[in-house]
Design a protein around this ligand. Structure first.
Ligand code: HEC
Ligand SMILES: [Cu+2]
Length: 329
């Protein structure tokens, strides 16, 4: 068991809660460690006493019974009071952390609404028009309150290096918060079985410096959609005629479907399909040809598009990026 579990200790493992990257995950790990040390202490004392008793007091042919301890007030008190103290120690840390982790404190808290869908994530930023899929952008060093709910079945939000999991329940809102101490990409995934595509319901947290985050907000608030080639322009038309627009929104266009992921600035995202595939023209084409072949259980229908239409649509999707405004960081 020790050999197998040591695989979880890799510092380079991208989804290891043993390698926390923010205060929430660190507090939770410290709580686990402190409980573990209390348990190690109990184990060592009890197992040690058992060994000593077995060896020292074993039967060596004596005729009469040894002295009996049943009903000894001293011993009864000892093994009532010692566990009480140990449990009280565990309770102090647990209760303190439960309050700290229940809701973020302070004024400078960024709020993000998270909706779980079979098998992708929607993130929206209240007070803005920003909606994105599977890629949560946050500024480093700031508490981020996640308001979690579900569009269909129960899911669970889990980014191990930033914090423990919380369920997304239809008809309810749950709250958790995370904070990243260092810029970086943190991987996560749904942690509650939600159907065929559950294993591929992944997400990426992009923790950015405040300046980079502000720039990203700008690009998402004011997306520019300007397909330049004839092929991409044809793809823009096909987006409406092939019914894509009935499910997908693209900021900066009149397309406003809300069934599938928001595709605003899609070309700037590193991954597609619930962070299953790198965002390349080849992968986009494979996705449009047959979504279920790429991601089993995916709820985007196979639209049986011709290769020419796929080419045009990919060219259009590839054009969905908003160049950084000049003079910014
Ligand atoms: C009936 C609704 C529906 C229609 C019509 C539809 N899609 Fe989708 N689309 C979805 C859903 C749902 C997903 C999410 C699948 C998943 O990741 O599990 C998706 C995912 C995608 C993605 C990946 C997005 C991401 O963030 O990972 C792209 C790109 C995409 N669709 C493009 C298109 C294009 C182009 C068309 C038209 C040819 C189209 N879709 C038609 C529902 C639809
Ligand atoms: Cu799931």
């Amino acid at each position: 068991m020790a050999a197998a579990l040591s695989g979880c200790g890799l510092v380079s493992a991208p989804q290891s809660m043993l390698n926390p990257a923010g205060p929430v995950a660190r507090d939770q790990l410290n709580l686990i460690y402190s409980s573990m040390w209390v348990m190690v202490l109990v184990f060592v004392v009890v197992a040690g006493a058992l060994l000593v008793i077995l060896l020292r007091f074993r039967w060596k042919g004596q005729k009469e019974l040894p002295p009996q301890w049943e009903g000894s007030t001293r011993l009864e008190l000892l093994w009532t009071i010692v566990p009480f103290i140990l449990l009280a120690l565990l309770a102090v840390g647990t209760v303190r952390d439960s309050f700290v982790l229940a809701a973020p404190s302070g004024k400078n808290v960024l709020r993000v609404n998270v909706v779980g869908h079979q098998y992708w994530w929607a993130f929206s930023y209240p007070g803005t028009n920003i909606v994105t899929a599977n890629e949560l952008h946050i500024p480093v060093g700031q508490k981020v309150e996640l308001v979690l709910t579900s569009a269909d079945v129960i899911h669970a939000f889990w980014v191990p290096r930033l914090g423990g999991k919380t369920a997304l329940v239809p008809g309810r809102t749950n709250i958790m918060w995370i904070e990243a101490s260092q810029p970086g990409l943190y991987r996560g995934q749904c942690a509650e079985f939600c159907g065929t595509g559950h294993a591929d319901m992944r997400l990426l947290v992009d923790a950015q410096t405040p300046a980079k985050f502000a720039q990203w907000e700008q690009e998402m608030e004011h997306p520019v959609v300007q397909p330049t080639t004839a092929l991409a322009k044809e793809g823009e038309q096909l987006f409406a005629t092939e019914s894509c627009s009935s499910c997908h929104t693209i900021g900066g266009t009149r397309y406003a479907g809300v069934v599938g992921p928001n595709l605003t600035n899609l070309a700037q995202r590193p991954m597609i399909a619930g962070n299953l595939l790198p965002n390349t023209p080849q992968n986009l084409a494979a996705w449009l040809k047959d979504p279920q072949a790429v991601k089993p259980g995916a709820l985007m229908p196979n639209l049986h598009l011709s290769p020419d239409k796929i080419k045009a649509l990919v060219a259009f999707l590839e054009s969905l990026k908003t160049p950084a405004p000049t003079g910014s960081v």
